[in-house]
Design a protein around this ligand. Sequence first.
Ligand SMILES: [Zn+2]
Length: 102
Amino acid sequence: MLEFTHGIRSDEDEAEYQTWLRNHPHGIVVNLKAGYQNQLTKHRPHCPTISRDLASIGREEREGKLCFENRNEVERYAEEHTEFPAANLNPCGRCWNKPLSR
Ligand SMILES: [Zn+2]
């Protein structure tokens, strides 16, 4: 997995993040900023809300993310980080359980 707990910056780790997204089309990306109903949201790597290149949206940084290869890795992480709500992640309405579109 890759951890970007303090956010992702265009001049630091955006390239590493984008490479990971491309290389893990079936991965799970958890956004660390609480959203809907104060839950953390889980995305697929192809989701436009987390994968648009920062430069193309006119931003220099994005919120913290955890990038997991699969569900087992999410569960392993949750065992080591008891504050992580692995069983209560909000599935993104844009990408979860939707086929790859690119
Ligand atoms: Zn999504």
